[in-house]
Design a binder for this molecule. Structure first.
Ligand code: TYD
Length: 213
């Protein structure tokens, strides 16, 4: 049986990753491909429990929650469980895995945003997930104005602990993603996400086409 393919969608807040994950999964399923859609942090019961610790914080912590190193370790722990229980088994049986965020989010947020070194984050990934990388990482490029407008619609109830960080933090995150995409052009494909969902989906399909042959 052929090995499945692992595709991650990355980008800042409001980039449209979850919509594109859904559209891509539908398109692949129409080709009779088994697809597992999942997200990070999360995707397994354990990782979803860690997600709420990360994004909602912990009662009684005075709003402070995790220091940057503890935060990076929690993301790596959630990812380890996700890779071990869900992603590797799915790939092993020949399914495709489409994941809304993965390792490059840790590199961009905990690295670019919070200042941890890329080497440390890669080391956590080696320990936690034995270096498993996506075959293709789709970086959805969205201009700040478009992202802000989408977020205003989506997050009317308020952003989570990380989404609510400063504009300067999110600018460093965006720079990080671009740097990683430039450094690894074979693993990344940049997709213009400013258009409507169907226009972006067409670009996603073009980027994924080489994996379908
Ligand atoms: P989520 O609502 O799933 O993301 P989005 O805003 O893209 O819909 O929230 C996940 C948050 O966690 C988001 O702010 C990015 C952040 N994050 C990290 O900081 N590091 C990571 O490794 C991952 C996977 C996510």
């Amino acid at each position: 049986m052929s090995r499945g393919h692992f595709i991650a969608l990355e980008g800042g807040e409001g980039a449209g990753k979850s919509t594109q994950a859904r559209l891509l999964a539908d398109a692949l399923r129409n080709r009779e491909i088994e697809v597992v859609t999942t997200r990070e942090p999360g995707g397994t019961a354990g990782a979803e429990a860690i997600r709420s610790l990360l994004l909602d914080g912990v009662a009684g912590d005075g709003g402070e929650s995790w220091n940057p190193r503890a935060e990076a370790l929690l993301f790596a722990a959630a990812r380890s469980d996700h890779v071990h229980r869900l992603i590797r088994p799915a790939l092993a049986r020949g399914a495709w895995v489409i994941c809304d965020r993965y390792l490059d989010s840790s590199r961009a947020y905990q690295g670019g945003g919070s200042g941890l070194s890329d080497a440390d984050l890669l080391e956590l990934h080696r320990i936690g997930s034995e270096d498993l990388l996506p075959d293709l990482t789709l970086l959805l490029d969205v201009s700040p104005d478009v992202a802000m407008e989408r977020l205003a619609r989506r997050d009317s109830g308020g952003a989570d602990r990380i989404g609510g960080r400063s504009a300067a933090y999110h600018a460093r995150v965006a720079e990080g993603f671009l740097r990683f995409a430039q450094a690894e052009p074979a693993r990344f494909s940049r997709v213009d996400g400013d258009g409507d969902a169907q226009a972006t989906h067409a670009l996603v399909l073009t980027a994924v086409a080489p994996l379908l042959t």
